[in-house]
Design a protein around this ligand. Structure first.
Ligand code: NAD
Length: 239
């Protein structure tokens, strides 16, 4: 199988592991990156790297044109790009709130809407949104992030209903704490406190999130839509 796969924010962390997994399985993979240079490893794997800020609809349109030109219409979309701007509500500016929502939620809307065009035409498609256990559990100091990640569940489930008859599935993966740049900012004490709450008593590796995403995009998951799959070591159990 050599599908046209697009992973947003695929230049590092979880997105990079997802891109690597699809490329190693033989798919035609494109990633978006926002700044800097994409890692050389991706070029070696034949992954197409396209610069794109998902807060800008024009850049999203240009990125899709380039991907479609080189790989054909996107058949599998993984909306992974996301940011945090953590602070307590009393210190949270409107900009802190709006920019996180604009990236994590509205940015996801922009890339999903654009992918939908080709998926409708092809009468098939797989969309996987990367949420977070924090969207289900909540976390002090992360109300903006948690709100944006919880919203992805309502977004995916609405689209699962809207477009299920068109053979397009929409699923959400909710990772727990994963070893990436995003969590490197945490202090040793914060890390220890988190691990103490995780039944599996460790962080996830990005490859463990990629495995769930690959499954949701596979033929074996053809009858799964509107699901929220936790990959969190048990942290969010019951939510
Ligand atoms: P990361 O910071 O290493 O990577 C985030 C990626 O998103 C980067 O490639 C970045 O360039 C991209 N990005 C951010 N803003 C963008 C924008 N405006 N336009 C285009 N790209 C943009 O983080 P990560 O840990 O790999 O996180 C990947 C996803 O997984 C995020 O959505 C994050 O919220 C989610 N997540 C992470 C964890 C964790 O513990 N690391 C846990 C749960 C969920």
């Amino acid at each position: 199988m050599s599908r046209s796969v697009l992973v947003t924010g695929g230049n590092r962390g979880i997105g990079l592991a997802i891109a690597r997994a699809f490329a190693e399985a033989g798919d035609k993979v494109a990633i978006t990156y926002r700044s800097g240079e994409p890692p050389q490893e991706l070029t070696a794997l034949g992954v197409l790297a396209v610069r794109c800020d998902i807060t800008d609809s024009e850049q999203v349109e240009q990125a899709y044109k380039e991907v479609e030109d080189k790989h054909g219409a996107v058949e599998v979309l993984v909306a992974n790009a996301g940011i945090t701007k953590d602070t307590l509500l009393m210190r949270m500016s409107e900009e802190d709130f709006a920019s996180v929502v604009d990236t994590n939620l509205t940015g996801t809307f922009r890339v999903v809407k654009r992918a939908n065009r080709g998926m409708l035409r092809a009468k098939k498609g797989r969309v996987v949104l990367i949420s977070s256990v924090v969207g289900l559990l909540g976390a002090g100091g992360q109300s903006n992030y948690a709100a944006s990640k919880a919203a992805l569940v309502g977004f995916a489930r609405s689209l699962a209903r809207e477009l299920g008859s068109r053979n397009i599935t929409f699923n959400v993966v909710a990772p727990g704490f994963v070893d990436t740049d995003m969590t490197k900012v945490l202090t040793d004490e914060q890390r220890a406190a988190i691990v103490a709450q995780v039944p599996l008593a460790r962080y996830a590796q990005p490859e463990e999130i990629a495995a769930a995403v690959s499954f949701l995009a596979s033929d074996d998951a053809a009858y799964i839509t509107g699901a929220v799959i936790p990959v969190d070591g048990g942290l969010g159990m019951g939510h």
